[in-house]
Design a protein around this ligand. Structure first.
Ligand code: MTE
Ligand code: MO
Length: 450
């Protein structure tokens, strides 16, 4: 008799709805304290929302975001964390497996950064569309039905916050460059890891749903369905589907075209920054990716000589290049450098901001200068600029970067002397090196033994 009454009691206690994993008391309390306006709101009425549409956007991001993530991490390695010149310098246990960044092919960093920045920008409309497609979930109440779901929703916070943060900081950086000094890199780097973690969790949880949803409708059929024929996905298939759907104001085909068109537009106003030629005039999203004028020195300038506070007098006849690391320092003026064997190479400058430009450079091989200094096989090379302030004034090159046959101390570009803005009297130009380490207005090279 005792056992019967207990059973009856618990039958009354358990809610009519499915068991939610939380103790029933907690569940009911949450239900009772529903904030106004929350719940499966009838506000979200688009008949387009549903697991299929969300999964189409999700599938696009699933294949493309890993490229943005990996190129981002590779860019960090390309900066040379082994020399403490990647930002942030100390990353604790997040330290990536270090390796010498290759000096071949010469377009390696150009491709890496073009993909990272270009794809990152192009995906903005897709990310926004995906967020739009799941926005009702943001307002669902109770916020979670089980511990597992609570954790999942927490990961969503990091996922959504992470991607918006990365896109906003990335966008601001390419627009205003070093507006926030170097803290941009630190923020973008840690933000990237937070996003990466949340992304992995999200994919692990959602992949089966994504596959099922993609199979539930045929893309081909959707692309043939007009607005008038557009119907909501089956009610009850997911809480993404509107309870009280309004008539369609656009077809799914139309929605995909708007998002795809937005992405294509961004591609058009971005690609010119690295493709070059006349397309550069369309590189509206990247002020620095645009050329300042015509002529041999008419290609983008990151920072002008004036902005870098280079005194013209210091670059004229009194200028000397100092080579150290050997038995005694070697001093060379520009005439002495021009009297050495000259080598010409077509090499890109590829900025971390995504823009790049390929020019024909002429100058002395770094390997020849190392030999002249008495260190024919240096382990690394420390480059210093006349510019003393900030992180631009110096860079360290790896052995493979110093000894590559196309690695130059350039004196000329496209057959004429470097302009003051491009680093006269001499600048570094090394294949596949991140743009920032192609130091302008070079003052000294310190070769370090291996
Ligand atoms: N001394 C010095 N070198 C520098 C810079 C600088 O500001 N100062 N800018 C760097 C960056 S970030 C890039 S992308 C390239 C740009 O070279 P450019 O201005 O000749 O196109 O130069 C690099 N070398
Ligand atoms: Mo740069």
């Amino acid at each position: 008799m005792d056992s019967t009454s207990t059973a009856e009691q618990s039958a009354k206690d358990s809610p009519a709805e499915p068991s939610y994993g939380f103790p029933a008391v907690l569940w009911r309390a949450l239900e009772r304290h529903r904030p106004p306006g929350l719940g499966r709101s009838r506000v979200w009425r688009s008949p387009l929302r549903g697991p299929w549409l969300t999964s189409v956007f999700g599938a696009v991001l699933l294949v493309s975001l890993p490229i943005v993530i990996v190129t981002g991490l590779l860019s960090y390695i390309a900066y040379g964390p082994q020399f403490g010149q990647a930002m942030p310098a100390g990353v604790g246990w997040l330290r990536l497996p270090g390796f010498d960044w290759p000096a071949e092919p010469s377009w390696l960093y150009r491709l890496n950064q073009g993909l990272h920045v270009g794809l990152g920008l192009v995906l903005i409309p897709v990310v926004l569309a995906k967020l739009w497609s799941v926005v009702p979930k943001l307002f669902s109440w109770p916020p979670a039905r089980s511990i597992a779901q609570a954790l999942e929703r927490l990961s969503l916070l990091l996922l959504v916050g992470g991607i918006l943060f990365e896109m906003a900081t990335g966008l601001l950086n390419i627009q205003y460059d070093y507006l926030f000094g170097f803290s941009f890199y630190t923020a973008h780097y840690y933000g990237g890891w937070i996003f990466l973690g949340a992304f992995v969790v999200h994919v692990a949880i959602k992949l089966p749903h994504l596959i099922r949803a993609l199979r539930s409708r045929s893309l081909r059929t959707e692309l043939r369905t007009s607005r008038a024929e557009t119907r909501p996905e089956p009610a009850g298939s997911s809480d993404l589907v509107a309870i009280d759907p309004a008539p369609a104001t656009i077809s799914r085909r139309g929605a995909l075209a708007v998002v795809g068109g937005g992405a294509a537009l961004i591609a058009v106003i971005t690609a010119g920054q690295t493709v070059g030629g006349f397309t550069r005039y369309a590189a509206l999203l990247l002020p620095r990716g645009r050329a300042p004028g015509d002529g041999p020195n008419g290609f983008p300038v990151n920072r002008t000589a004036t902005a870098a506070a280079i005194a013209p007098a210091d670059t004229r006849s009194g200028w000397r290049l100092t080579l150290t690391g050997g038995p005694r320092p070697v001093l060379l003026d520009r005439a002495a450098l021009l009297a050495m064997p000259q080598h010409t190479a077509g090499l890109p400058i590829a900025c971390v901001e995504g823009w790049s430009t390929t020019q024909t450079w002429t100058g002395v091989r770094l390997g020849d200068l190392a030999a002249l200094a008495g260190v024919p096989a240096p382990g690394s090379t420390r480059v210093r600029s006349l510019e003393r302030a900030g992180a631009f004034g110096q860079a360290t090159l790896q052995a493979n970067q110093t000894l590559h046959p196309d690695a130059l101390l350039a004196l000329k570009v496209n057959g004429t002397d470097l302009s003051p803005d491009h680093g006269y009297p001499a600048r570094i130009i090394v294949p596949a090196l991140p743009g920032v380490h192609n130091t302008k207005w070079v003052r000294s090279l310190a070769f370090r033994r291996a």
